[in-house]
Each structure stands twice: as structure tokens, then as C-alpha cells.
Design a protein around this ligand. Structure first.
Ligand code: GDP
Ligand code: MG
Length: 362
């Protein structure tokens, strides 16, 4: 229940790796707080064990819970437990949950069970799927053959949120909309950008409305999903870092991203992200295919003294190669930027097939 005794509203923000889900979740949470006096809590989700997304949402000032080690569709009880602890911690009006970017069958394994098992506790907004315009374009151009999971995610969407509209021309947007019309004819489409916030109010209105998820699960039982998911190596690490000299965080992080981009083809790079933080400052950057972007958080761009570094890489690569590449890059960057680094945690693997805890069809 939220503060007013009503069921807590849930927004599930699906979409592929790097589409812009976390950026949108944080922007929505900020706007809800600043413009509508509503509180938002966030649930992050990952295969790995340490999350840049969690650091980023926490640093942005929101209550966060994470479901790690697999999709929350396969860890549904933990997912509900975490939602309940967010409710008892801060009585949020809204919980935004971001499933892993390779999640499939969210309607059957998350939305339907939430609706049928917990109707008095939670009300679920229409399933929103964030789609990166650039990735949509690369599918259209035939540049990418593996559109299996992103296309399935589109077919599940009740609302498609087309992100990164600032990165495409009007003609390209027309082509993307035409393709959407074919793949997801029933979905409502909202075109947006985190840079100019176009149509952002439409997403806020959806969140503030009492529209519920109504779509029946699409029942896409595709054996190739597991195969597609297993192609990705998931590398996560945390380091304690220290420097007596002033380190330029943006230079350090962008050099790291460039070094990853040198090792892999753009199409293999699903999402690499990194956060560097100290008491005074924090900086985050992402690499999605060939596109690198600073997602500044707060404070100065310089870092001195001690802090923490979190690195997540989701790349089509055998895990042992990815681990060696990432270790080598961190070692090289530490020397180049006069940073002492001490490894705290590290893992790298290809996800094993998982089965949902619940799988409901009406
Ligand atoms: N240019 C542009 N970049 C965006 C937009 N939305 C997200 N990004 C960037 O895309 C990268 C991946 O975003 P993120 O929210 O982490 O994606 P997620 O994996 O879906 O959670 C980050 O560098 C974001 O700053 C957008 O609308 N325009
Ligand atoms: Mg994310």
C-alpha cells in the first residue's frame, strides 16, 4: 500500500540493454518528486552481482532495491519481497522496476503474476518498453541479424518509449515509426529523448493516470532466447581506488570506454558502464555499440583521495576473454591516470538458461 492506503503503483520499464531504461527511470523519479510531490522507489535487476545502475540511482537520491543473479521473473518471490521492503521503508507512491535488458516474457512472468496474486497491494501500469532509436535503425538497415529478443520485447509492449530521438533525423524517425507500425501495431508510441525531454509529460501522465496493464501475455516460447542470452559475457567488478594526485574522472572513464571499443566490434558491445565515486564527486559513463556517453552525476570532474569504482560490461564475448580484456584495461588505465586500484569483487560468466517462477496465461 502507498501512503494514502491505495495499492502501490508499479511501472515496469522493459527494453534491451543500453536502451535508456535507467536514465528514464531516474528522470521520471526526479520529475515526480519535484513537480508532482510523489515519491518513487526503484528496483534494479541484473545477472551479475554488482550494479552500476544501483549506484547511479542511489547517488541520484532514491530508495533502491536490487534483484541480482538473474531476471526477476525467475526470482519472483525476491522481487515481491524487495517491493514490499521499499513500501515499508518509504511508502513510495510509485515503484519503477527495470528488468534485465535480455528479459523475455515479462507479461506472463511478472505482470500477470503481480496482477493475479497481489491485486490489493500493487496496481500495474501498462507495460512500457524502451527502444533505442539507433538500435532500431541498425535493425532496419539489416546491420544486425540478432534482433530476436528486442523484437519479442516490442511485441509485448503496451507502450513503446522510443528513446534517443535526438540521435536520428526526421527521415530516419519516419522509417522507425513505419517499422513499429508493422511489429507492434497495437502499442502506443511515445517518442522521447533524455536530452531535450520531448514528450516527457506524456510518460508522466501515463504514470500519474490509473491506466492498468491489460494486455494478455503473448506466449512467445522461443528456444533461441536462451541461446541468444548465452552469447553475452557479463563482467562485473568493484575496486577501491586511491590517488594522491588529482585525477580527471572523465578522461579516465572515457579512456576506459575507448579501450573497450578498440577490442570489440560495435555490434558486440551491448552495454559497458562505469561509475567512479568519492565523497565529493561521482561520474558515470556508458558505451552502447559505438556510442559513448557521459552521464555526469554530481560534483567536480576531478577526483583525489579514496573512492570506489564499479565496472559492468555486457559484451558478446566468451567470458574468459572478456575478463582478461577488462582486467588488462583497468591495469593500463591505473598506470596512465596515476590511480591505485585494489580489486574488491569480480565475476564474469555467460548466463545459464533460467525458468520463470510463475508463467501465467489467461
Ligand atoms: N543521446 C541520448 N542518450 C541517451 C538517452 N537515453 C539514454 N541515453 C544514454 O544511453 C546510455 C544507456 O542508458 P541507460 O539508461 O543506462 O540504459 P539501460 O541499459 O536501458 O538502463 C547512457 O549513456 C545514457 O545516457 C537519450 O534519450 N538520448
Ligand atoms: Mg539500466
Amino acid at each position: 500500500m502507498s501512503a494514502n492506503g491505495e495499492p502501490t503503483r508499479f511501472l515496469i520499464l522493459g527494453g534491451f540493454l543500453g536502451a535508456g531504461k535507467t536514465t528514464l527511470a531516474v528522470n521520471l523519479a526526479k520529475a515526480m518528486r519535484e513537480r508532482h510531490d510523489k515519491s518513487v522507489a526503484i528496483i534494479t535487476n541484473d545477472q551479475g552481482d554488482v550494479l552500476v545502475d544501483t549506484e547511479y540511482t542511489k547517488d541520484s537520491g532514491f530508495d533502491v532495491q536490487e534483484v541480482l543473479g538473474g531476471c526477476f521473473c525467475a526470482n519472483f518471490d525476491e522481487f515481491v519481497h524487495n517491493a514490499r521492503s521499499l513500501v515499508s521503508m518509504g511508502r513510495p507512491d510509485i515503484i519503477i522496476a527495470e528488468p534485465i535488458g535480455t528479459s523475455t516474457n515479462i507479461l506472463a512472468s511478472v505482470v500477470a503474476p503481480l496482477k493475479s496474486l497481489y491485486p490489493d497491494e500493487f496496481n500495474v501500469a501498462p507495460l512500457c518498453v524502451v527502444v533505442d532509436c539507433l538500435r532500431a535503425l541498425s535493425h532496419l538497415d539489416g546491420g544486425e541479424k540478432e534482433g530476436l529478443i528486442p523484437s519479442h520485447q516490442l511485441r509485448e509492449a503496451e507502450v513503446v518509449i522510443l528513446s534517443k530521438a535526438d540521435r536520428v533525423t526526421a527521415d530516419q524517425m519516419k522509417a522507425i515509426m513505419g517499422e513499429l507500425e508493422r511489429t507492434a501495431p497495437d502499442a502506443e508510441v511515445i517518442v522521447t529523448s533524455s536530452l531535450d525531454l520531448r514528450n516527457f509529460d506524456d510518460i508522466l501522465s501515463l504514470l500519474l493516470s490509473d491506466r492498468h496493464s491489460e494486455k494478455l501475455p503473448v506466449g512467445d516460447e522461443n528456444r533461441n532466447f536462451a541461446f541468444e542470452k548465452a552469447k553475452l559475457g557479463w563482467y562485473s567488478s568493484t575496486y577501491t581506488v586511491n590517488s594522491d594526485e588529482r585525477v580527471d574522472m572523465y578522461a579516465l572513464i572515457s579512456d576506459t570506454m575507448k579501450a573497450v571499443a578498440k577490442q570489440y566490434e560495435p555490434r558486440s558491445i551491448a552495454h559497458v558502464k562505469m561509475v567512479l565515486s568519492s565523497e565529493e564527486a561521482a561520474a558515470k559513463m556508458s558505451l552502447v555499440q559505438e556510442s559513448m556517453q557521459v552521464d555526469g552525476i554530481h560534483g567536480s570532474r576531478y577526483f583525489k583521495g579514496s573512492g570506489k569504482m564499479v565496472l559492468n560490461a555486457r559484451v558478446e564475448s566468451p567470458p574468459n576473454r572478456l575478463e582478461n580484456v577488462m582486467r588488462g584495461i583497468v591495469a593500463e588505465m591505473a598506470i596512465k591516470h596515476s590511480l591505485q586500484v585494489e580489486l574488491e569483487t569480480e565475476s564474469c560468466f555467460a548466463p545459464r538458461p533460467e525458468s520463470p517462477s510463475h508463467y501465467l496465461f489467461e
